[in-house]
Design a protein around this ligand. Structure first.
Ligand SMILES: [Zn+2]
Length: 120
């Protein structure tokens, strides 16, 4: 199983080397530990954006559902919607770097399943 735990710790999903980010958002071009090329091709980070969008969609539905469940039948719709929208504006920005390392880990698992061991 590829390194999803390493990815969640902002480390290289393949070897665990850290840091792999040159700043909060900027993932290095290659891993200094195992020379893994992170961005394999143009448009590669669309997978990270899909992970981020899936997470925020789930969080939107879960937080709305939880809010409705907690306050039913007197749901404070304005406050609930304002809180959920604020949450949905902040979480994707904070989570985006992790979505990149998680996408690399998922891509590595696809490669292992396909029998590819080496990356360019
Ligand atoms: Zn590495």
């Amino acid at each position: 199983m590829p390194g999803y735990g390493r990815a969640l710790r902002r480390a290289c999903p393949r070897c665990g080397h850290s840091p792999v980010f040159s700043s909060f958002y900027d993932l290095s071009h290659r891993c200094a530990g195992c020379d893994l090329l992170f961005e394999r091709e143009p448009g590669y980070w669309i997978g990270a954006m899909i992970i981020n969008t899936a997470l925020i969609s789930f969080l939107f539905l879960a937080s709305m559902g939880l809010g409705m469940w907690l306050f039913w039948p007197d749901v404070p719709w304005g406050w609930l919607l304002g809180g959920v929208i604020t949450l949905n504006a902040v979480i994707p920005v904070v989570f985006y770097p992790l979505s990149k390392t998680l996408w690399v880990a998922l891509d590595l698992s696809f490669q292992e399943a396909a029998g590819e061991r080496e990356r360019r």
